[in-house]
Design a binder for this molecule. Structure first.
Ligand code: SER
Length: 601
């Protein structure tokens, strides 16, 4: 089945079952607690709690959506960016979804899923297995542990004829949401189908929204329980078209062909081609929805994928730049569904950013020409000053870079980190640094105590800022020395004296109440799902710590603040001492800087 036939079938199936067809919403959601639209349910989030689907006029349908809806939603996930290049992960993708707000529930939702995938007149695909939620598979201290085994779904699948060995029990992976800090969430059941390589692929995620998770991780039964499902169009096309990767489906083949035609020297490996194809779509759709390259938030996501694309394009100059050719194909294939894709406009925005970045690359390349020998230290210098990645130096350095290996380059990288640490040491009087995390520095035990207090105070300030100014406040950077904490955050204007006072008061209230500070270590993906604040630009390891500040004796669900962090922190907020803001100023457009201190104890 072609991808366009799949789209039609999906909408038709649910239209026949009383669902209103809702157009895709923008990739940039109207919800300050998330950066980008990552799922079809994003635009319907309020229908599970405060909005009435029968009386509220839906902004693009121009009438109430009713109890059931179906959509094909543009989605973008930064969480999968490092996996792009394998057979099934993407940044930008289209999500097929059906939704119910207080309408049907598990029985119908599972039957619909089953019938649409396995039914002869629909996709007619063999289901490899399905999953259902079981708290026995959930770690002991997890906030989902108290949710009971989803026996109902288990029984429904059995009644539909699935043998028990095909109904697998699973834990946190089959509990969805919420997006952002709080919102609807619940157990899910997933459908797996094999691709042409024989690998079972998760095709469809059927979520039973039963709870509303509040900021403190508490689970409150939802006022309007409902259904939220999501199925990647690209993955469904892969299994339906009997190929081994999404890049071999009709959604990607034309883009892969442009790459192959342009790649005259045959330099691009398969993974690079896949990354370029994914990024070309991501770039086009982000720009079409109003995102512009910048150094923060969505703008930074766009800049990152443009630069990755441009480096590869630069390295493999074909007959003409790749992007424009790919964009042409994208607009041709998607223009009928997404009118916002304007070829000229996307080309202009992309072109400007490419020009800027290519200038940097070229300055770097002149430097590369000028140096007699490209060993690891020289290559590192080019990287540090001009952003030339290892691959570019190795590739374009030719004979001069013969001795250069990735290993040596990485060693140099490490060495540089140590040198910059040593630089800080000097500043601290040469007595050696006890602590240098990059953001926090201390030279003696005394100083370590002080920066630890300031560090916890910084977490409290971050949360207080969000409460006073709104959830759009995000950390942009921080720097903590024994003299003060310095904290940069996104916010559009100068704070008023009253707002500053409020932030101070909130922090001091938590200090006085002597809250507990504790942490949990968990896989990054799971930590992201807790809604803990994190520094968007940072690259986190696979296992991360989440720090919680909770009322005395209370556990994680009641946390007042939660944040990704490596520590160190005080054990109780009472140790921090009186907190005072010293200064608030602008450092860049949309970025404010706050300096604060705590009184000496
Ligand atoms: N929200 C769920 C997901 O993204 C189902 O749509 O997987």
């Amino acid at each position: 089945m072609t991808s366009n036939e799949i789209r039609e079938k999906f909408l038709q199936y649910f239209k026949e079952r009383d669902h209103t067809i809702a157009p895709s919403s923008s990739l940039v959601p109207d919800d300050p607690s998330v950066l980008l639209t990552t799922a079809g349910m994003q635009q319907f989030k309020p229908y599970y709690s405060e909005l009435n689907p029968i009386t509220t006029v839906h902004p693009s349908i121009k009438k109430p959506v009713g109890k059931n809806a179906v959509s094909i939603q543009k989605s973008f996930r930064t969480s999968d960016i490092d996996e792009v290049g394998d057979e099934s992960h993407l940044t930008f993708f289209e999500m097929l979804g059906n939704f119910s707000f207080g309408g049907y529930f598990k029985k119908e939702a599972i039957r619909y899923g089953f019938e649409f995938i396995a039914g002869k007149e629909w996709m007619h695909l063999p289901i490899e297995y399905v999953t259902v939620f079981d708290p026995d598979k959930v770690p002991a201290d997890d906030w989902r542990k108290s949710v009971p085994f989803d026996r109902e779904s288990y029984e429904i699948w059995k009644r539909l004829g699935l043998p028990e060995e095909k109904i697998r029990k699973d834990g946190v992976d089959v509990f969805w949401g919420p997006t952002g800090n709080e919102g609807p969430c619940g157990p899910t059941t997933e459908i797996y189908v094999k691709n042409a390589n024989g690998t079972p692929v998760e095709i469809w995620n059927i979520v039973f929204n039963e709870f509303y998770r509040g900021k403190g991780m508490e689970l409150i039964p939802l006022k309007v329980p409902g259904i939220d499902t999501g199925m990647g169009l690209e993955r469904l096309a892969m299994v339906s078209q009997k190929v081994g990767s999404i890049f071999e489906t009709d959604l990607f083949l034309p883009l892969m062909q442009v790459l192959e035609l342009n790649d005259r020297t045959n330099k691009l490996n398969q993974r690079t081609k896949r990354i370029m194809a994914d990024h070309a779509r991501g770039i086009s759709f982000l720009i079409a929805d109003g995102v512009r390259p910048s150094n923060k938030e969505t703008g930074y996501v766009l800049r990152r994928i443009i630069r990755r694309f441009v480096v590869n394009e630069y390295l493999n100059k074909g007959i003409q730049p790749y992007f424009e050719r790919m964009l042409h194909v994208i607009v041709e294939n998607y223009g009928q569904f997404y009118a916002e894709l304007s070829e000229d406009f996307i080309e202009t925005v992309f072109g400007e950013e490419r020009m800027k970045f290519v200038k940097t690359i070229e300055t770097g390349l002149r430097e590369l020409d000028a140096v007699p020998m490209l060993d690891a230290p020289a290559a590192f210098k080019l990287f540090e000053s001009f952003g030339l990645p290892y691959e570019v130096v190795k590739e374009l350095g030719g004979e001069k870079a013969r001795v250069l290996t990735r290993e040596a380059f990485e060693k140099e990288f490490e060495k540089h980190r140590e040198v910059s640490r040593a630089g800080v040491e000097k500043k601290f009087g040469g007595h050696g640094l006890l602590l240098d995390t990059g953001e926090i520095k201390a030279g003696s035990k005394e100083e370590l105590k002080k920066v630890t207090r300031l560090h916890t105070a910084t977490h409290l300030m971050h949360q207080a800022l969000r409460e006073v100014l709104g959830a759009e406040v995000r950390q942009m950077g921080s720097d903590i020395t024994p003299e003060r904490t310095r904290f940069d955050f996104s916010f559009g204007r100068k704070m008023t004296p009253e707002e500053i006072k409020k932030v101070e008061e909130k922090v001091n209230k938590i200090v006085k109440a002597d809250y507990d500070v504790r942490f949990r270590e968990m896989p990054k993906a799971e930590a992201e799902k807790t809604g803990a604040l994190h520094f968007f630009k940072a690259k986190y390891p696979e296992r991360v710590k989440v720090y919680y500040v909770t009322p005395k004796g209370k556990d994680v669900p009641e946390a007042w603040s939660k944040e990704f962090c490596g520590g160190p922190h005080v054990m109780h907020t009472g140790e921090i001492g009186h907190f005072k803001i010293l200064k608030e100023e602008g450092v860049a457009s949309g970025v404010r800087r706050m300096r604060a201190n705590v009184e000496s104890s």
